[in-house]
Design a protein around this ligand. Structure first.
Ligand SMILES: Cc1ncc(COP(=O)(O)O)c(C=O)c1O
Length: 376
């Protein structure tokens, strides 16, 4: 059996190697390394895929969030609400821009931001909400959008982990993750569902004026070359990455299906086991399984991780420490016990290998190892 990886990027590359190699060599031969035709073509193909008016590529997902907040002219002291259970990048840019991060707890089953807690956290200083579509499915966007409309707040969707996921509204309409709020932000980090072979990111919006501002902020604050209207940043997706992403975008749905097949295999094996909860599905969202994350009951997940490693199976802890208990985000407003769901999740979650190349033989072996631990 082939060695099991948490994410098998090489196996995935081997299947599209000839196409990718040619595309990369073509960019090199074209010498259009920055803002070349590949970037424009990728931008337009992603707009079509998402059903979104504007995609603005940038250098990574963290930049995407920062540029979104700068384009919305959020000012120091403005409060931005986000989930306590997320990757630090979400809160990092809020802090970097001297905005005030306001953390709220997540739902215990889907791990996405709790809309009730979110509404309670709104104050006159609140300007924006950043829901995180964690592990591959959307937060409860219909409720979040209702709250945002009622309180006149911007919504910046962090869809770094859920590109391609569909959200279904109660009126029967559907939208792609990241195209529902004011702005959507994503990452093309290699291990992401749509990952390039380096760093990359993008910002989505249906608002023409905002798209112009986003482009300006991402391009040194200039709308005309060498005329700088405000202080911006330099954040670009390079042409080689765009060329690779164009190829991978054509496979994105098939990649999501492969991830769902692996998730269904895990579900069948673990459902009903008293020592674990399988990942719950948000009823209004499809799941693209960026991660497959179990919650353990009465078993130590660090011991499980070590046990799995001893059998040659990697596992990861996303995330071991809630944001409000991270050294960098220490704040007198928050203390241990404030976000019990996140704290409980951080102590008990474990993510199993999840990628597009998992074979049935590998899945059988992973499940057998996990079961050996869980039944011990
Ligand atoms: C939820 C979330 N937001 C933002 C980011 C930041 O993306 P990047 O690593 O491309 O800056 C990540 C990536 O790890 C993420 O998982």
């Amino acid at each position: 059996m082939q060695k099991i990886a948490m994410v098998d990027l090489l196996g995935q590359y081997n299947k599209i190697k000839s196409e990718v190699d040619k595309a990369v060599m073509d960019v090199i031969a074209s010498s259009a390394y920055i803002n070349g035709p590949e970037v424009k073509a990728f931008q337009s193909e992603l707009e079509t895929y998402l059903g979104c008016k504007h995609v603005i590529p940038c250098a990574n997902g963290t930049d995407a969030l920062q540029i979104a907040m700068m384009a919305l002219k959020l000012e120091p002291g403005d409060e931005v609400i986000t989930a306590d259970f997320t990757y630090a990048a979400t809160a990092e840019v809020i802090g970097l821009l001297r905005l005030t991060p306001v953390l709220v707890d997540v739902l215990p089953d889907t791990f996405t931001i709790d809309p009730v807690a979110l509404e309670k956290a709104i104050t006159p200083k609140t300007k924006a909400i950043v829901p995180v579509h964690l592990f591959g499915q959307c937060a409860q966007m219909e409720k979040i959008m209702e709250i945002a409309t009622k309180h006149r707040l911007y919504v910046i969707e962090d869809t770094a982990q859920a590109i391609g996921s569909d959200y279904h509204f109660s009126d029967g309409s559907s939208r792609k993750a990241g195209t529902i709020g004011t702005i959507g932000c994503t990452s093309f980090f290699p291990s992401k569902n749509l990952g390039c072979y380096g760093d990359g990111g993008a910002i989505f919006t249906n608002d023409d004026e905002l798209a112009t501002r986003i482009r300006m902020v991402a391009n040194h604050g200039q709308s005309v070359q060498y005329y700088h209207d405000e202080i911006g940043v330099n954040s670009r997706l390079d042409s080689i990455q765009a060329a690779i992403l164009r190829i991978k975008l054509r496979h994105l749905n098939e990649y999501a299906e492969a991830r769902n097949r692996a998730a269904a295999y895990y579900d069948k094996a673990f459902s009903g086991h008293p020592a674990v909860s399988i990942p719950a599905r948000e009823k209004s969202s499809t799941h693209v399984f960026h991660q497959y994350t179990l919650v353990l009951h009465g078993k130590n997940r660090n011991e499980m991780k070590e046990f799995m490693a001893s059998k040659g199976v990697p596992a990861m802890i996303y995330y071991p420490v809630p944001l409000h208990m991270q050294k960098a985000y220490t704040d007198p407003r928050y203390k241990k016990g404030d976000f019990p769901v996140t704290e409980q999740l951080c102590a008990n979650v474990i993510s199993l290998p999840m990628h597009t190349e998992l074979s049935e033989e590998q899945l059988t072996y992973i499940v057998a190892c996990a079961m050996e631990f869980l039944n011990s």
